[in-house]
Design a protein around this ligand. Structure first.
Ligand code: PLP
Length: 401
């Protein structure tokens, strides 16, 4: 295993532009010329590597971004795609065939849940959704046809922490691939160092951090990434969820500031979580000692980046949730919007939005309640002032007496 210095690698990795620019030039081409027909034939035949052919396969700009994120995740290779779902669906389609089975955490992003629950059965691929914080439940869900153990490092929306080390042991004892979605916790967790085989991000969120584009990445071994872009059998190549070169260049530039952004998101979220708790409100935040996996997170995280920017406040009813979110938006504290990782705080009620694909009885079983507000805490310079404004909104809407 390579020595892992996540923050430093982002700053150290250098790509110069064509004229000595401090940012790389954008390879704004869908196709690439060849001096000899024979070379092109060899590339298509898989006998020659390292040549650009067509941008759905590889492009220098998407390649720079992929390489930088692979460095951050300490994997040998990565492939970027047009969205987080593009990365998740390509990975699963690459690993599974008809008759296969997946064991997945039951608390995952609603789109991933819908893909596994509603779409994959059409291809005769089934999924058991289990509580992955209970390792015995995970073990008993595995059967002969299981190919993937799937989880999120910090789950959406409940912010449960996965024990990646133990899940990797279980996966490898049973010859499965452990696939981990690390979208909520870039830099904070390094799942590959803990044993994950494939690490995925929605780049739409913290990594890009500007809420101006969607994107995804799959980090893994050279072998797996090679399979994904294989011209004859690769899911990323054949389904075609390709990221554009211009977008890749923009995301790479934003990636440079990820370490300072993550520290500020974490600092702000921890302060708010403590303040909400002091007010007697129900708050889920893994940085609080009361969080069920607080100790596990402390043991397995890269501590300098804090406990992350995601926080869940439970205000008992959907009516309360809608009222206080609308009031906070009116007071310009943040925006009533899905997604995460923006400079401004974003909030939504997960039960009726990002987790609405999950049926009500299953949401109840998981512990997603209707009064929950999922917040992606922003980069506010004076978070104490933001807290005072939030408190006023909670009083105005009668949530705080
Ligand atoms: N994974 C998680 C944890 C998410 O929250 C999301 C989107 O909200 C996705 C994956 C999907 O990413 P994208 O919207 O970029 O396809």
């Amino acid at each position: 295993m390579k020595k892992h210095k996540p923050a430093d690698t982002i700053q150290d990795i250098q790509y110069f532009g064509e004229y000595g620019g401090v940012n790389p030039s954008i390879a704004d081409s869908s196709t690439f010329t060849y001096l000899a027909g024979k070379t092109m034939e060899m590339v298509f035949g898989g006998e020659r590597e390292g040549c650009y052919l067509y941008s759905r396969h590889m492009n220098p700009s998407t390649g720079y971004l992929a390489e930088a994120i692979a460095n951050m995740e300490n994997t040998d290779a990565a492939h970027v795609s047009a969205s987080g779902m593009g990365s998740i669906s390509s990975t699963i389609m690459q690993l599974c065939k008809s008759g296969d089975h997946i064991v997945s955490s039951r608390t995952i992003y609603g789109g991933t849940y819908a893909f596994m629950k509603n779409f994959l059965p059409r291809l005769n691929i089934s999924t058991s959704f289990v509580d992955t914080t209970n390792l015995d439940t995970v073990k008993s869900a595995i059967c002969d046809d299981t190919k993937i153990l799937y989880c999120e490092t910090m789950s959406n929306p409940l912010l449960e922490i996965s024990d990646i080390k133990k899940l990797a042991e279980i996966a490898h004892e049973n010859n499965l691939k452990l696939v981990v979605d690390n979208t909520f916790t870039p830099l904070i967790f390094s799942p590959a160092n803990l044993g994950a085989d494939i690490v995925i991000h929605s780049l739409t969120k913290f990594i890009n951090g500007a809420s101006d584009t969607v994107g995804g990445v799959i980090c893994s071994s050279k072998e797996f990434v090679g399979e994904l872009i294989d011209v004859n059998e690769g899911a990323a190549m054949l389904f075609g969820p390709t990221m554009d070169a211009i977008r890749a260049n923009g995301i790479l530039k934003n990636l440079r500031t990820l370490p300072i952004r993550i520290k500020q998101h974490s600092r702000n979220a921890l302060l708010l979580a403590n303040k909400f708790k002091e007010l007697g409100l129900k708050v889920h935040y893994p940085g609080l000692e009361s969080h069920p996996q607080h100790e596990l997170m402390k043991k397995s995280m890269n501590t300098e980046f804090g406990f992350g920017g995601m926080l869940v406040l439970d205000v008992s009813s959907m009516k309360n949730a809608y009222q206080v979110m609308e009031e906070m938006q009116n007071k310009n504290i943040g925006y009533l919007a899905v997604s995460l990782g923006f400079y401004k705080t974003l909030f939504s009620a997960p039960g009726a939005s990002t987790s609405s694909e999950i049926p009500q009885e299953e949401q109840d079983e998981m512990g997603i309640s209707e009064g929950m507000i999922r917040m992606s805490i922003g980069l506010d310079n004076d978070i104490e002032r933001t807290f005072q404004k939030m408190k006023k909104c909670l009083i105005k809407t009668n949530i705080l007496k």
